[in-house]
Design a protein around this ligand. Structure first.
Ligand code: NI
Length: 227
């Protein structure tokens, strides 16, 4: 399931991010690719220790923590800090699957990637190509969103970024470990929670039917959550 979260960053923020990233020290993205991925990856990225990456990455993480739609959709427990990347001059990332286990020795962080995320920072009209194509059960879905919008998709999917043939495509990508590893279970919990939110809007705060649905929601999380 793909979930789009619009306006994670507002218009002013994306302009600021783009201006600051335009002056950043980009390095060859192949440095962080796995042995199979390196053959298909052609982009630039910021070193994870780059102070600009840390500062802008923390601002994105701060936004996620207060975004109700993100929390409901992801049930994220641990988020791999945002990685900023840049595609231009035919840059692309051919079909690949993200590593299931990601480990960073410096911060002693290990996550199982359940959900992958891309925050688009360039406006779609400013570059050609650069679609994020995600293979789903019913075929490939091409995603190219407005600057400031984010897509969440299963880390288990095969996906690619098509060649950027004009302009620059800058984005931030993240991986997260969810409290509910199973994507189908997580999708049902998301649907249930969204319906509870919608139904609650027109009802009393102590409506017993809403309370019972919330009770079911939390007990399903207890049943399905695993470390
Ligand atoms: Ni990927």
């Amino acid at each position: 399931m793909l979930i789009v979260i619009e306006n994670l960053l507002d218009a002013g923020e994306v302009v600021e991010f783009r201006e600051r990233l335009a002056a950043a020290s980009w390095i060859d993205g192949a440095r962080t690719a796995g042995s199979r991925s390196v053959a298909v990856k052609q982009n630039l990225q910021l070193d994870r220790a780059d102070p600009l990456a840390l500062e802008l990455g923390n601002r994105i993480l701060g936004k996620l923590g207060t975004n109700a739609l993100f929390v409901s959709a992801s049930l994220a427990e641990t988020i791999w800090p945002p990685v900023f990347n840049l595609y231009q001059d035919g840059g692309h990332y051919g079909t690949h699957v993200d590593s299931a286990l990601m480990r960073d020795d410096a911060s002693n962080l290990t996550i199982r990637s359940d959900i992958s995320a891309t925050v688009f920072l360039s406006e779609p009209e400013d570059y050609d190509g650069g679609e994020l194509v995600i293979e789903e059960q019913y075929g490939g879905q091409a995603v190219k969103l407005a600057a400031g919008d984010m897509v969440l998709y299963p880390s288990s999917s095969l996906h690619q970024v098509t060649p950027v043939t004009r302009g620059r495509r800058v984005c931030a990508i993240m991986w997260m470990q969810s409290a509910v590893a199973d994507a189908a279970a997580r999708a049902m919990l998301f649907d249930l929670d969204q319906s509870i939110q919608a139904l609650s809007a027109g009802r009393a705060k102590d409506d017993p039917d809403i309370d019972r649905l919330i009770h079911v929601y939390h007990n399903l999380i207890r049943r399905w959550a695993r470390p």
